[in-house]
Design a binder for this molecule. Structure first.
Ligand code: FAD
Length: 451
């Protein structure tokens, strides 16, 4: 952390009106941002606002990919934004787990202006293959089914969040309070106050709107007393990266076993991210199995199609849940990403839904601001909830149906799903509908993603 001259600190503390605070603090914030960038190379270290009381238009709690995407989508607005992230930035961005990114998410990052920076570092796929255990009928999608697009991308968390953090470091209307822990939020008619602990000191941030982008166990959601509905699955996912010797690496495949689906996503350098779902005890046993036996089992389950395999990451185990909040909004509050909803990883949808929430909310807020409306008012926020809640519910239902239909060996269900696979292979409209659903191209497209 950079030390502040005491006189500057006192000056900032005395100036309580919003206008004055920014007038006196901004030069310091910008100065400290530049110094931090010089001192900590590669790390987009960030101004830490130094006064005890601050004003801004928007506080985003949670600087993960979804929270940072919302801030980046609002970089050209005149909104003053503070992002509160609990972990140091380099720690928040350190995870190497990879996610499937839909074409819609790629277009949102194109609209933000960072896709060209992400693109060289990620996996791309032009084919998707869906298959049911050892049943021979596979549904194959290829680029002809969606002209002009890759069918999807696979990007690691550290790449995407690292690029977002660097991008935000250059935006003068966006500042970080980090590592900061939110203690409380109080809401009044015209503003909310966020109490946050930064380096052992209490700070109070007054704002028009608080966004909970703080993940599945959202503290902001709990403080607001928003209830959730859903269930925990009987399954956990084992997620890991392998290197392989297959000649081609441009197909994403999802193979459904009675124990749970297995998703294989291509990464650059002949690597794949694999998410292998199993009942909890079996998932734990898989993660603890010695490497040779694990790879032998994996070879069987991938049908040998990837050649020789080498494990190049830890095996991480994640229990799986489905969750949707009763409401995404309250006066002066909105939830986005996993704070609002979580789904089964089958089909790689969760983060993509969160990115779409961020782009949609940014559009709603920017429109309200241009019309001179109060961005924290419930009638403004209802436009966001009305847009996203139903669309998210549809995808949550779709992933749940996929998992239940395929993690099942009851003969009538097996017959039904195999008929479904057969129909999807031969009925083009059904095939295209399923593809558009998986790639995020159904539903209302945020303006940022419109080409
Ligand atoms: C095994 C597995 C595989 C998956 N694969 C895919 C996939 O292929 N494609 C896909 O789209 N999705 C996938 N998902 C889902 C995806 O991981 C999540 O939907 C996504 O990471 C949610 O992002 P988020 O930014 O909303 O939350 P998070 O990533 O949880 O980020 C929340 C941020 O908030 C911070 N934070 C938390 N609490 C506080 C607080 N009180 N104050 C301040 N900051 C706080 C955290 O430090 C963190 O940085 C997968 C999930 C799993 C489990």
């Amino acid at each position: 952390m950079i030390l502040v001259p005491r006189s500057l600190f006192l000056l900032a503390f005395k100036c309580r009106s919003r206008h004055n605070i920014y007038r006196y603090i901004y030069p310091y914030i910008i100065f400290s941002k530049k110094i931090a960038q010089i001192l900590v190379k590669q790390q987009p270290e960030i101004s830490q606002s130094q006064s005890s009381n601050l004003d801004c238009d928007l506080v985003i709690v949670g600087g993960g990919i979804v929270g940072a995407t919302l801030a980046a989508a609002l970089k050209n607005s005149n909104l003053n934004i503070i992002i509160i992230e609990a972990r140091p930035l380099e720690v928040a961005a350190a995870k190497t787990q990879a996610y499937a990114f839909s074409p819609l998410s790629s277009r949102i990052y194109e609209g933000i202006g960072i896709w060209d920076k992400i693109f060289p570092h990620i996996g791309k796929y032009s084919n998707i293959s869906l298959s049911d255990a050892d049943y021979s009928q596979q549904v194959k999608f290829n680029q002809k089914d969606l002209p002009g697009e890759h069918l999807g991308y696979v990007a690691q968390h550290n790449i995407v969040l690292g690029i977002l953090q660097k991008h935000l470091a250059d935006c003068d209307n966006i500042n970080w309070v980090c590592p900061g822990e939110v203690k409380n939020v109080t809401t009044e008619k015209n503003s909310s106050t966020v109490e946050v602990e930064l380096n052992g000191e209490q700070r109070f941030i007054t704002t028009k709107l608080v966004i909970g982008a703080d993940g599945a166990r959202s503290h902001i959601r709990n403080l607001a007393g928003i209830k959730t509905r859903g269930w925990k699955y009987w399954q956990s996912c084992v997620a890991f990266t392998i290197e392989h010797t297959a000649l081609e690496n441009n197909t994403a495949f999802e193979r459904f076993w009675p124990s749970g689906p297995m998703g294989v996503l291509p990464l650059p350098g002949n690597r794949c991210q694999i998410v292998w779902t199993n009942p909890h005890a079996e998932a734990k046993a898989l993660a603890e199995l010695n490497e040779a036996d694990f790879l032998a089992k994996l070879t069987t389950y991938t049908g040998g199609s990837l050649g020789n395999l080498k494990l190049v990451s830890k095996r991480m185990v994640f229990p799986v849940q489905l969750m949707q909040c009763d409401r995404y909004i309250k006066p002066r509050l909105a939830l986005i990403g996993d704070a609002a909803h979580c789904c089964h990883p089958v089909g790689g949808q969760g983060l993509n839904l969160g990115i779409r929430d961020a782009a949609s909310l940014a559009q709603v807020l920017q429109t309200a601001q241009q019309k001179g409306q109060d961005i924290g008012e419930i009638k403004v926020l209802k436009r966001y909830e009305g847009w996203r809640k139903i669309e998210n519910l549809a995808i949550l239902g779709f992933t749940d149906l996929l998992d239940r239909m395929f993690s099942n060996s009851w003969l009538p269900v097996v017959a039904l799903r195999r008929t479904g696979l057969w129909m999807m292979s031969y009925l083009k409209p059904l095939k295209i509908f399923a593809l558009k659903l998986m790639t995020g191209l159904l539903g209302k497209t945020p303006k940022l993603a419109q080409r």
